[in-house]
Design a protein around this ligand. Structure first.
Ligand code: NAP
Length: 244
């Protein structure tokens, strides 16, 4: 993927950051996007210090105008986007019976609608170039369900459906669209969970460890590579065997 431009949402920390580092190591020019511009500038500076090409851009995935602006700015100042990693995601957990509509709306807007809008914006250039890689970060719970996360699970299952629909629409244009479904990964998103819950989870993971952001990044890097050119519409589980 040397010299191809990759745009990674939610790259300020966690899995997105690991994806940016891994894609940069593989030779991609990486545009790192999230709301926290300071963290993105620090990451981009660190990547440039290591001889990579990096571009930091603010984006709010819950805001259609912000998505449009960030992608347009990146394409103009850094080059057309060949690889899109829809990684930004949030949780607003609660039992469905008591879930506030705003918590439903904000999770669907950020995790699912934002990803769809980003895909819409990058497709024309990918179609022109007859080359593209779209990778959506779903979740094991999008496949299994999870109590207390109806909004999040719906968004992650939605991403799987979105992946398959766009894969079918874009196959003839040499654009592959895949999802990665991480299991339990040690990041800011999971650090607040009770130790008891984490210990219980470990008992259900055949590989007997919690995932690292780099485990997910390796899958993303593969799906973005030339070697993955005959894989589309696939959901790649990176979950230590938690769900098979
Ligand atoms: P994280 O550490 O909480 O990071 C989330 C990232 O998303 C941050 O960079 C955050 O940056 C960004 N983000 C949140 N809201 C945003 C918005 N409105 N606009 C733009 N960026 C936004 O979470 P993570 O664990 O790395 O998760 C990354 C992805 O993996 C998510 O889609 C998550 O659902 C998925 N996942 C995680 C796990 C896990 O166990 N950790 C498991 C399965 C799937 P700013 O706050 O700077 O905007």
């Amino acid at each position: 993927m040397t010299n191809r431009t990759a745009f990674i949402t939610g790259a300020s920390r966690g899995i997105g950051r690991a994806c940016a580092v891994s894609l940069a190591e593989a030779g991609a020019r990486v545009a790192v996007a999230a709301r926290s511009l300071d963290q993105l500038e620090a990451l981009a500076g660190w990547l440039r210090d290591h001889g990579r090409e990096a571009f930091a851009v603010a984006i709010d995935m819950s805001n259609a105008d912000s998505i449009k602006e960030a992608l347009a700015k990146t394409a103009k100042d850094f080059g057309h986007i060949a690889i899109l990693v829809n990684n930004a995601g949030i949780t607003r957990d609660g039992l469905a019976m008591r879930m506030k509509k705003e918590d439903w709306d904000s999770v669907i807007a950020t995790n699912l609608t934002g990803a769809f809008l980003a895909i819409q914006h990058v497709l024309p250039a990918m179609m022109r170039e007859r080359w593209g890689r779209i990778i959506n970060i779903s979740s094991v719970v999008g496949e299994m369900g999870n109590p207390g996360q109806a909004n999040y699970v719906a968004s992650k299952a939605g991403l799987i459906g979105l992946t398959k629909a766009i894969a079918q629409e874009m196959g003839s244009r040499n654009i592959t669209v895949n999802a990665v479904a991480p299991g339990f990964v040690e990041t800011g998103m999971t650090e607040g969970l009770a130790q008891e819950l984490k210990d219980n989870m470990l008992g259900h993971i055949p590989l007997r460890r919690i995932g690292r952001p780099e485990d997910v990044a390796a899958a993303v890097r593969f799906l973005a590579s030339e070697e993955a050119s005959y894989i589309t519409g696939h959901v790649l589980d990176v979950n230590g065997g938690l769900h098979m």
